[in-house]
Ligand binder design. Structure first.
Ligand code: CP
Ligand code: NVA
Length: 309
């Protein structure tokens, strides 16, 4: 692993290694055992969009690993005034040991990796959210003890999170059913990739417009906001269109009795999910948010340590 930009670049073995390391780091942290595996290393964190979880978990994670993280808002650095990704990548490569970036265009993240000489971590683009989905799958693995053979249902917008879920499930052998309204489906190229990966792992990829079909007998039910960052102007239209995809008790009752509810957060109660579900006994959203820290620490160690464990 040189970067973490696209889950499709990972094998199931890469994912298993990251999970083993994340489990160890989580156990050590809870036991108060320090693990300064990135002592003397610095992470640059470029943000062109808002963030609570990603920013704080990377910054705290770096601190816990004995390193240092610098928050770089794109509105404060020269990138926001038109300096190129090319020049930014070349310059930052001389100062820091890795870059985490959250931005709009996925191609900007690819360019950062192409022109720089240090590892790049995708902290969300309009197309993908790989760190989120690794943490989601880790949460399922911790709770259910396996991934292969389980069914995840994603109901709602075919957005960045849904695209990465398609990839992550297909690689790890989980069945995935995605229900979204016509015109709001996942990325066509990613669906194709996921189908290819699923053929290898033996999982099933189902795309439908019918939320009931998707959720039936699911082990994990996942949804995300209907209005992602950058889509604020479409808010009213989206809310009207997506209402039939709301995860409420009626829809959730079609999943398995012990189904987990996941949401990457931030959540909008009363829209994509009702309060009784997200704050109910089947919800693991805060475990999921916590695991961002442990999984991303494993990612940073895998990419940035001179001596990866
Ligand atoms: N889930 C997630 O990435 O949250 P933030 O936008 O708060 O980073
Ligand atoms: N799909 C959401 C995820 C936020 C973490 C967005 O892109 O805004």
């Amino acid at each position: 692993m040189k970067h973490l930009i696209d889950l499709n670049d990972l094998s199931v073995e890469d994912v298993e290694k990251l999970f083993t390391l994340a489990e160890k780091l989580k156990r050590e942290l809870k036991a108060g055992i320090p693990h300064p595996l990135l002592r003397g290393k610095t992470l640059g964190m470029i943000f062109s969009k808002s963030s609570t979880r990603t920013r704080v978990s990377f910054e705290v994670g770096m601190y816990q690993l004995g390193g240092y993280a610098i928050f770089l808002s794109s509105s404060d650095i020269q990138l926001g005034r038109g300096e190129t990704i090319h020049d930014t990548a070349k310059v930052l490569s001389h100062y820091v040991h890795g870059i985490m970036i959250r931005t709009y265009k996925h191609s900007d993240v690819l360019d950062l990796a192409r022109y720089g000489t240090i590892p790049v971590i995708n902290g969300l683009t309009d197309l993908m959210h790989p760190c989120q989905v690794l943490s989601d799958l880790f949460t399922v693995y911790e709770t259910k003890g396996r991934l292969k053979g389980l069914k995840l249902a994603y109901v709602g917008d075919g957005n960045n999170v849904a695209n990465s879920l398609l990839q992550g499930c297909a690689i790890t052998g989980m069945d995935i059913s995605v229900a979204s309204p016509r015109g709001y489906e996942c990325d066509a190229a990613i669906i194709e990739q996921a189908r290819n990966a699923a053929r290898k792992s033996g999982s099933r990829v189902v795309l439908t417009e019918d939320p009931e079909e998707a959720i039936r007998d699911a082990d994990v039910v996942y949804t995300d906001t209907w209005v992602s960052m950058g889509q604020e102007a479409e808010k009213d239209l989206r809310i009207r269109l997506f209402m039939p995809y709301q995860v409420n008790s009626r829809l959730f009752s079609l999943a398995k009795e012990d189904a987990m509810f996941l949401h990457c957060l931030p959540a909008y109660r009363g829209y994509e999910v009702t309060e009784d579900i997200i704050d109910g006994p089947n919800s693991y959203v805060f475990e999921e948010a916590e695991n961002r820290l442990h999984v991303q620490k494993a990612v940073m160690v895998a990419l940035m340590s001179d001596d990866p464990v």
